[in-house]
Design a protein around this ligand. Structure first.
Ligand code: AP5
Length: 215
């Protein structure tokens, strides 16, 4: 199965993508994680991407499309994948369609998570992540261990540099301008399925699972 997670920053795309990928035994591909790894390794891509990410802006389409094209050709994607954070613009969605069309393939469903703005700002400014394995915590809903060491790998738990309130507000604005038009794009393809992302992590996961089980 080939799925796209769609939704504003903080709606829970990463949280749900990881859970669903375990259920379906397919990789969850987070473009944000790929870019953050490149930034921490100070690769050419990372150095270029950092200037956009720090301001909450999108990195240019031409940078990200090539990365995804390469990644979904890897062997672990043979039975499908979940894309978390891609596509984020109409040109990215068109490029993805073209890439898949080359092998007579296409996206099965686009799972959109919807959460109110006030809740999003709260979730993002209280998010913490492991800088080694990327495991996501939240000081309100899923607190990290008291010693700030990741329970999965022992790495340091930190706040993402783009989770400051100022950058979060900018990311939400950019989502409205650049990413929201994808709702229309995928509705026209009859692939969009909307989920209320306001419930608990388990509630949201259950509703996604129920939908996928009946497909
Ligand atoms: P990216 O890492 O993709 O960030 P994002 O889309 O802004 O999404 P987030 O990771 O912030 O949120 P999420 O929806 O995954 O929420 P999460 O599950 O963590 O991208 C970062 C940057 O990279 C971009 O700004 C851009 O610069 C660049 N980039 C990436 N892809 C790109 C692309 N395709 N094109 C161009 N540029 C690109 O949850 C958030 C918090 O809420 C967590 O603390 C979690 O524990 C908590 N939480 C989750 N679900 C619940 C729940 N149900 N109840 C309570 N708390 C919850």
């Amino acid at each position: 199965m080939k799925l796209v997670m769609l939704g504003a920053p903080g709606t829970g795309k990463g949280t749900q993508g990881v859970r669903i990928s375990k259920d379906l035994n397919i990789p969850n591909i987070s473009t944000g994680d790929i870019l953050r790894k490149a930034v921490s390794e100070e690769t050419k891509l990372g150095i270029e991407a950092k200037q956009y990410m720090d301001q909450g802006k999108l990195v240019p389409d031409e940078l990200i499309i090539g990365i995804v094209d390469e990644r979904i050709r890897e062997k672990d994607c043979e039975n499908g994948f979940i894309l978390d954070g891609f596509p984020r613009t109409v040109p990215q969605a068109q490029a993805l369609d073209e890439i898949l069309k080359a092998t007579n393939d296409n996206i099965d469903f686009v799972l959109e998570l919807v959460v109110g703005r006030e809740q999003l700002v709260k979730r993002l400014t209280s998010r913490r992540v492991c800088e080694s394995c990327g495991k996501v915590y939240n000081v309100i809903s899923n607190p990290p261990p008291a010693d700030s060491k990741c329970e999965a790998c022992g790495g340091n738990i930190i706040q993402r540099s783009d989770d400051s309130e100022e950058t979060v507000v900018n990311r939400l604005k950019i989502y409205e301008e650049k990413t929201k038009p994808l709702k229309e794009y995928y509705t026209a393809q009859d692939k969009l399925k909307e989920f209320d992302g306001n419930g608990t992590v388990e509630d949201v996961e259950r509703s996604i699972r129920e939908f996928l089980e009946h497909k």
